[in-house]
Structures are given as structure tokens and as C-alpha cells.
Design a protein around this ligand. Sequence first.
Ligand code: ATP
Ligand code: MG
Length: 257
Amino acid sequence: MTAKQPLLEVDALRVDVGERNVLKSVSLEVPAGALVVLMGANGSGKSTLGLTLAGHPRYRVTGGSARFAGHDLLARTPEERARAGLFVSFQAPPEIPGVKNNLFIRTALNAVREARGEPQLDAFDFLEEARGAARHLGLPDAMLGRPVNDGFSGGERKRNELLQLALLRPRLAILDEADSGMDVDGVRALVALVHELRAAGSAFIVVSHYQQLIESLEPDAVLRLDQGCIAERGGLELAAQIARTGFARTAAVAQGA
Ligand SMILES: Nc1ncnc2c1ncn2[C@@H]1O[C@H](COP(=O)(O)OP(=O)(O)OP(=O)(O)O)[C@@H](O)[C@H]1O
Ligand SMILES: [Mg+2]
């Protein structure tokens, strides 16, 4: 990858889900260390984009390309994408019964550490680091010993996604409505974590519907997804306009109605 090449480069990406074409032609770039906010009405395809980039088998790419850190992202398995430094959080994090949270996160962390040429963490060192990170995020230690998200409340699940983010320290994190369902302390912890990771060089695509969160993240760009394409690109003024007038009116204005 040359210095000028963006970390993520998506070009004319077309994605079908089941019988339906959801993304028609999505093009976007995320430079290393940048934070891009992705907005769009319910059902516009924001989660589809994130899960497609993660390599979820339900999403069929039928055109276009996506390059990550200079490589063809779409040619890689989901595991290879994660090892290359891509992290995608779930809008609705699933339960994984029978798999202990601490073992799950340590296995993922050691896989990315291996890819980064860093030494493996044993159970003891991992637990110390994980407990510290969990404390920061307001997650009780006991949650590390339970199966992944098993019986976790909605907000606890979202905090558990942030715990993974904090420990994995990815090159690019796609956060799908990471704020939804979280209380004010959780949202504050989210903002602090994003700023901390950005200062260390991580880039972000943040999907959110909430103006206050978007402002506090100080994004480099705000994109609006509509009709399967990036319909508008702007800064905080675009997020403010959407908050003021709603998606339907914003779309009509953009189309000159
Ligand atoms: N298996 C499927 N068959 C047909 N359509 C589907 C299928 N799965 C998802 N969709 C549709 O794809 C569209 C995009 O969904 P997606 O979850 O990406 O939207 P979103 O922008 O993330 O919305 P939200 O803001 O509500 O999270 C929706 O209209 C959804 O109903
Ligand atoms: Mg969604």
C-alpha cells in the first residue's frame, strides 16, 4: 500500500441479499486513521455493507470491488479479513452458548496478535488486560467467565462488543449502531474508546442515527446511503440537516425537489 492509497477503498459495490438487490453501487474511501459516519434510513443497507465487508455468507457480492490495506478484501475469508485488522461489530450481537467469553476473545486476540507479529498472551496475562478493559467499559468481571452474550442485557451485549474492540485494536472498525440501547455511561465509554483508538491510528466507519453521538466523534466525513448508493457526502452539516429535516426530506432536497 502506498502512502496515498486509502486504507479501505470500496468501488461500485453491488450486493444481493436473498432475491433482493440491496446495494446497487456503493463507492467510498476511508483513509488510514479517519472516521467516517454512515447514515441512512432504516433498511437502506448500512448493516448490509458492514456484514458484506466482514464476509458474512448471506451477502452476495455481484459487482464492484473492495480493497483493504492494498489487498483484495473480497477474495479473503472472514478470518483473514479479521487477521488483516478489520473489525465489524454486530448491530444485534448474537449469543454463542457454550463458548466462554474470555476464551472467545483471547482466541481472536491471539490470532490478530500472531498476524501482527506480536507474542501470544497466556490466560493469565489476557485476563489481567481483559479485566482492565472491562472495568473501563463498566462490564463486571463475571461477564468474562460466562458464555458469549448468554443472558446479557441489550446494553451489556453492546459493551461486550466494545470490549472486543478495545482489546483487538483493529486498523479499521465498522461499528453498527454501537450506541443503540446503551445508557449514558455506556455511550460516554464508547466515545472515549473511539477517541483513544483513533489517537493510536485506528480508522472507523460508524453507523449511527444520533446527532449527539456523531458530533462527539468529530468525523472526517458523513455519508448518506440511499437507494443502494452513497447519495450524499458531507461533514457534520449533513448530519445536522438530516436530524432537522429527516431522511425523506433530505433525499428530496438532494434530488432538487
Ligand atoms: N434475506 C433477505 N431477503 C430480502 N431482503 C432482505 C433480506 N435480508 C435483509 N433484507 C433487506 O435488506 C435491506 C437492508 O437491510 P439492512 O439491515 O442493511 O438496513 P440498515 O440500513 O442497516 O437498516 P437499520 O437502520 O434499520 O439498521 C432491508 O430492506 C432488509 O429488509
Ligand atoms: Mg442496520
